[in-house]
Design a protein around this ligand. Structure first.
Ligand code: ADP
Length: 168
């Protein structure tokens, strides 16, 4: 089955990677969908976010996983690419409320039959979000617990650019 795991991934964290590994064991074809436009305060362009994910996938040798970026409605992509399942991760109750709203909206927006499945975050990553990673990076904290080591320097480099920009 072909599944899509969409998100902003700004940047990819160990929490995201945990979900990716788990679904790559369950399904034959996994597509990580990077939203080009997001209302969130973004550090990385969509191209940069895709590159960071590709770096991680290469190290992890997840051969049935690929990454794409997309604009427009997720349901349109799902329809055009014949995707069977949409995967999202759930951390706190707040995630659930938002996800339920998006899920119900998706059902109204398309006639295509697909299921959305939710994987609960693993205990060690329940607290982890891309925003937390950015906050830690800005304050020069140790990122090893939060993001795959292969991208640590990229995140540190971007944090420095942001810090320098704020000084101006
Ligand atoms: P979005 O901008 O769509 O919320 P994110 O990049 O923040 O995208 O996250 C993508 C998906 O991964 C979402 O379903 C989110 O709930 C899930 N996710 C984010 N962090 C974690 C984590 N630490 N553990 C499990 N799932 C997570």
């Amino acid at each position: 089955m072909k599944v899509i795991y969409p998100g902003s991934f700004d940047p990819i964290t160990k929490g995201h990677l945990d979900i990716i590994k788990r679904i790559s064991n369950l399904f034959s074809e996994v597509i990580i969908g990077v939203f080009v436009n997001s209302s969130k305060n973004q550090w990385f362009s969509s191209e940069e976010r895709v590159k960071l994910i590709e770096k991680v996938l290469e190290v992890e040798k997840l051969n049935n996983v690929k990454v794409i970026k997309f604009t427009g409605l997720l349901v349109d992509y799902i329809e055009n690419e014949n995707i069977d399942i949409l995967v999202r991760g759930l951390r706190a109750v707040s995630d659930y409320e938002y996800e339920l709203q998006v899920n119900l909206t998706n059902q109204v927006l398309t006639n295509k039959k697909f299921e959305t499945i939710f994987l609960t975050a693993s205990r060690e990553y329940l607290y982890l979000s891309s925003s937390i990673v950015k906050e830690v990076a800005l304050n020069n904290g140790n990122l090893l617990q939060f993001i795959p080591s292969v991208i640590i320097n990229d995140i540190k480099g971007k944090a420095q650019i942001i810090i320098d920009g704020r000084k101006k």
